[in-house]
Unconditional design. Structure first.
Length: 98
């Protein structure tokens, strides 16, 4: 199994990181504005200027029981940039509940 395959099934980053989702993320994944993920009730207009964002707490509301991302193809850029096997990844794995 490759490092990326292990990472895609780990879920440690989704269990312990706070993700900021911005306008371009919401354009790609409108479910980021649903009430369960956006308790502040922000609208697309609220975040269009870049001064506000939707905060995805932890565990991420899109993390499935199987530790797979429910929005993987349209996940926020912060998640896209989280490199499998990176220092940040290893730290998330170390801190994840077992």
């Amino acid at each position: 199994m490759t490092e990326q395959d292990r990472c895609l099934r780990c879920g440690a980053c989704c269990q312990g990181l706070i993700v900021e989702a911005y306008w371009h993320d919401v354009l790609r994944e409108p479910r980021l504005l649903e009430p369960r993920t956006n308790p502040d009730g922000l609208t697309a207009e609220d975040i269009a200027g870049g001064e506000k964002c939707v905060i995805l707490g932890f565990p991420c509301p899109f993390l499935g029981q199987d530790n797979l991302c429910g929005i993987y193809p349209t996940r926020p850029n912060a998640c896209v940039g989280f490199e499998p096997g990176s220092r940040q990844c290893r730290e998330a794995r170390r801190q994840a509940p077992s």
